[in-house]
Design a protein around this ligand. Structure first.
Ligand code: PLP
Length: 449
């Protein structure tokens, strides 16, 4: 085992180990980054983010070009959003999903055109709906029957027609290479297909043409998905509803959103599909189902979050303490404590997620030792990387890099234990710059009255 080797699928494309053993990204070494910006820090490869975004947009446009005149890619902002990232999304020609007034405010500040914004959420406030319609968002994804009236009332007040999609629960829950298909779905999102609520929602929306315009149906079936088997079932079901609406209500809806959830590699156990394979698989399914139902193929949209943001970023930590612990059976585990933890990456504690990591400030010839990387918080579950082999000579002052932290780490971060949150540093062409600054203790104290 070579503890100095980098597995390319886990890292942003420009990350390398230099001949002197130091990790670099976009031509900037991590020792330089640590000196200039401190640790912990989220380090983001801008070109990698842009090229993943572009790959989704171009591939889906090409693959669906002949079928439905193209496809729209909505970056799911909840994975990671800040003003600069929203600008990249805008510049690369993607659309953007937001699900709160806060995320919408970021999109507005980044001048993302309203028509390219999709607004999600199962409990949007009237003020948020007003704000969204006032900005001219391209779609509001309706998540309950109450919300239909709420959106219609705000649209009437503003004198606009609100473009809406209906979020449908299709009874498919997909994760990794598995999916579960049931008749009913016991969850808060969406309107049920089997219970008839989704059809009823479509009927009610179509009944109010002065205030609402029904663009289409929406389904999102899971996360960390590695094949199209779940989409096969969900597409059949949702196109079934699309067809029923055409037959019984006389409207062939122009759009269909298949959601996100495309997986990435956190460790070598994951083997994600390239966007092209994914797009081709989805196109084949959609074409087949629409042909079988004799309806035109609606314009397709998808909503990747993790698959764009996740691999672009690693978290850079400094090691503070190293503690060997004896395990039953005579083995040892080294607990490596870093200067962050569950406040900057809660996924291990929350989802039992697996990450990997590497010694970043030098290469080492020392033997590999079984290690667990833990944070500095007052919880024994404050684990960043459950199991990893690190060189046995790792010690205080070393830098450690954890890849795959671009999605659902900063966005799910907290100030637990009054810990100021790390900055996001974007690197490109040998230049590093802060795109979200580090929080300070003063920021935290400023909230106390
Ligand atoms: C979370 C979410 C996404 C993005 O999921 P990823 O796993 O990050 O791709 C897309 N659409 C909806 C509706 C979501 O809730």
């Amino acid at each position: 085992m070579d503890v100095n080797a980098l597995v390319p699928s886990l890292w942003a494309s420009s990350v390398e180990r230099e001949p002197d053993g130091v990790l670099s990204v976009g031509g900037v070494s991590v020792t330089e980054l640590a000196r200039e910006f401190g640790t912990p820090a989220y380090v983001l490869d801008e070109d990698d983010f842009r090229s993943r975004a572009r790959a989704f947009r171009q591939t889906y446009a090409e693959v669906f070009g002949g079928l439905s005149g193209g496809a729209d890619v909505y970056y799911a902002g909840k994975a990671f959003l800040c003003t600069e990232v929203a600008r990249w999304v805008r510049d690369e020609g993607l659309h953007l999903d937001v699900c709160t007034g806060g995320e919408l405010a970021v999109a507005k500040r980044a001048a993302v055109p309203g028509e390219r914004i999709g607004f999600h959420g199962n409990n949007k406030s009237v003020a948020e709906i007003r704000d969204a319609l006032d900005y001219g968002v391209g779609r509001i994804v309706v998540d309950s029957l109450e919300e239909i009236d709420r959106v219609a009332a705000v649209a009437a007040e503003l004198g606009v027609v609100a473009p809406v999609l209906v979020r449908v629960t299709v009874g498919v829950e997909a994760h990794t290479h598995e999916f579960i298909a049931t008749a009913h779905e016991d969850q808060k999102f969406g309107l049920s297909l089997s219970g008839g609520h989704a059809f009823e929602a479509a009927r009610r929306i179509l009944d109010q043409p002065d205030t609402l315009r029904l663009l289409g149906l929406h389904s999102h079936i899971g996360s960390q998905i590695f094949d199209t088997a779940g989409f096969e079932v969900s597409a059949r079901r949702i196109i079934g509803l699309h067809t029923r609406i055409a037959r019984e209500l006389g409207v062939e809806l122009p759009e269909l959103d298949l959601g996100g959830g495309f997986g990435i590699a956190y460790t070598t156990e994951h083997d994600p599909l390239p966007p092209r394979t994914l797009a081709a698989g989805m196109a084949e399914i959609i074409e087949r189902e629409c042909r079988a139902d004799q309806v035109a193929v609606p314009r397709i949209s998808i909503e990747p979050g993790r698959a764009i943001a996740g691999p672009t970023t690693f978290t850079l930590y400094e090691v503070g303490t190293v503690k060997p612990v004896d395990l039953d059976g005579g083995a040892q585990r080294v607990y490596v404590s870093v200067d962050g933890g569950m406040s900057d990456n809660v996924r291990t504690a929350l989802y039992d997620a697996n990450y990997s990591c590497t010694l970043a400030n030098r290469a080492s010839e020392a033997a590999p030792a079984l290690a667990r990387v833990v944070g500095r918080h007052c919880e024994s579950g404050d684990i960043v990387v459950k199991d990893e082999f690190l060189p046995a000579d790792i010690g205080p002052g070393d830098l450690l890099a954890v890849p795959g932290t671009g999605a659902y780490c900063r966005s799910l971060s907290s100030q637990y234990n009054h810990t100021p949150r790390p900055p996001v540093v974007a690197v490109r062409d040998g230049v590093a710059r802060v795109i979200v600054r580090r929080e300070t203790i003063d920021d935290l104290l400023a909230l106390d009255v």
